[in-house]
Design a protein around this ligand. Sequence first.
Ligand code: SF4
Length: 516
Amino acid sequence: MPRGDGRLSHELDPYRPGPQDACGVFGVWAPGEEVAKLTYFGLYALQHRGQEAAGIAVSDGTGVVVYKDLGLVAQVFDEPTLASLRGHLAIGHARYSTTGGSTWENAQPTIKATNLGTTLALAHNGNLVNSADLATRIRELGLDVDGSTSDTALVTTLLAATPDLSVEAAALQVLPTVKGAFSFVFMDENTLYAARDRNGVRPLVLGRLERGWVVASEAAALDIVGASVVREVEPGELIAIDENGLRSSRFANPDPKGCLFEYVYLARPDATISGRNVYAARTEIGRQLAREHPVEADLVIPSPESGTPAAIGYAEESGIPYGMGLVKNAYVGRTFIQPSQTIRQLGIRLKLNPLRDVIRGKRIVVVDDSIVRGNTQRAIVRMLREAGAIEVHVRISSPPVKWPCFYGIDFADRAELLANGLDNEGIRRAIGADSLGYVSLNGLIAATEQPANRLCRACFDGQYPIDLPAGDLIGKHVLESVGRRVDEAGQAEQRDRSGDEPALNEDPATLERAGA
Ligand code: SF4
């Protein structure tokens, strides 16, 4: 009998998820501390960056052990498991898949024996754009990625296979050949490493414990373990931490292109990126939105909870009272039980309920972070009208999302992006709002207080700062398809040799292994 999987989802509509981040990473070097537990709590604070799988690697100086599984951090680990993961350094990962499917093999940290007989474990936030090239190089070297089809396993394999080099020396050789977005934390038996791509697309922060060091995707993961923020890991920087202290080296010239969408939605509001507090940026975006798209109304409400800081800013700037109009049930999870057709059609009503007494008879401004497919906003507008709103004005704290992200965020296929086929008036009609206003790109950039040339904003303007390969050499399942091509090429070669007719190979496991 099918049963709910018990997983919670932060999505308003779990069937049509919004933008998905590509993972949270954490690393700690702290002799004398319970490093697995510190990593567990660090991952807990990063759970919003990935909910598909979680894992921790730990070393006591004699060997590296990895424990990982599909599910949320709190589902994967329990007290006995954490107690068994003993050592003085650890790394951890919370995964959302952007290259390779959501399988146990693709969960992280990835692990590999090195040529020197040590063990390497690695965790990755971001998405590579030259995975197909790396996979080809690995095949030519006769290496194996152990059934994984993630871009991360390619890097782990290359680092572990570099002959006669320490991990640190191998990293300085391999990392310049890795293209795309990456914030890596990795380790061998004695050393914790952290590296960030030369564009610094995804965040990575360095922190200090009384008796050690911490690196994490966001400062919230430092706060939760009692670490203080030292600084960000610089774009193009490799950090190594061991008993001799912290060493920093450059593997590439920095060319910062931080992700603009981190400020809008991805990072927690308590994060600080490139010196700008994310909550302050979001409230300023709301103020800018109010200046650019004013409207006469009685109440400003957020789309819970991601629209909250921008809604506060909109209310402050406009003078319209701020309030709560929608209640979110955080405990509705993903489920294997298909709701009845009636409930399925209700969509986000599984997650949201209107405060009818607050809404009835009012002109409402509802502030959300972005429109991807438009289903959520359409349902919210309808819900507010049914609850008695006399006008519904939608304000969005990002420009229209028109282009897919290849650097670690999973929006939707380009064809599914509502703003890709419609102008603003068409979108307003599609979601049924009385008015619709997006913050301008310049307004958004100004709110981040970053120079425009130090930001990636490709999902809004289509200007990709890191060159992309041809269409069939990029995407979530690129390595499965590279594997399929290799498999087909191998079959064709065999046929050429034997003169046989083609045979269909429908075993996906075989395809994945070939992809390795
Ligand atoms: S394309 Fe958009 S989501 Fe992706 S890194 Fe650039 S700004 Fe961020």
